[in-house]
Design a protein around this ligand. Structure first.
Ligand code: HEC
Length: 128
């Protein structure tokens, strides 16, 4: 009897610990998102500024806040904070969401690809 209760109890415990972390994750597949990110790499890299600012630590920080990057006035005045929703809207249509941005990129039309990409970006922390 003792033995037969142990497995379901352990399963329930795992579920209880797993649930909050599942909810914190954007609903996307980071591995697919990493592939979608190849479209951004013409201008961006994760750890250093290039034509665009570096992308590490993106989720949770205010727009135009990477030190040493020369942002447009439009991005500096946008008042955006990058989270799942603001990134989703921006990546769908950058020039519509932040008129005057120097990110001359048409956007990603497929919502699932945006979710995957954001799930990937949410994982990338800055090395320094
Ligand atoms: C043609 C070059 C180019 C491409 C391609 C590009 N970006 Fe950008 N990106 C920029 C530039 C330039 C800026 C700075 C915009 C500004 O200051 O208005 C920027 C800014 C951003 C910002 C705001 C960052 C911050 O620090 O506030 C995000 C987020 C972003 N890009 C995501 C992406 C993603 C994701 C992709 C790929 C789907 C992508 N970009 C593709 C050039 C590009």
């Amino acid at each position: 009897m003792k033995g037969s209760l142990w497995l379901p109890a352990a399963g329930l415990l795992c579920l209880l610990f797993a649930l909050p972390s599942l909810r914190a994750e954007p609903a996307g597949d980071p591995r697919r998102g990493e592939q979608v990110y190849s479209r951004c790499m013409g201008c961006h890299s994760l750890q250093v500024n290039r034509t665009g600012p570096r992308h590490c630590g993106l989720v949770g920080r205010p727009a135009a806040s990477v030190p040493g990057f020369n942002y447009s006035a439009a991005m500096r005045k946008s008042g955006l904070v990058w989270d799942i929703n603001t990134l989703d809207a921006f990546l769908a249509a950058p020039l519509k969401q932040v008129p005057g941005t120097t990110m001359t990129y048409a956007g990603i039309t497929d919502p699932q690809q945006r979710r995957d990409l954001i799930a990937w970006l949410a994982r990338v922390q800055c090395e320094q």
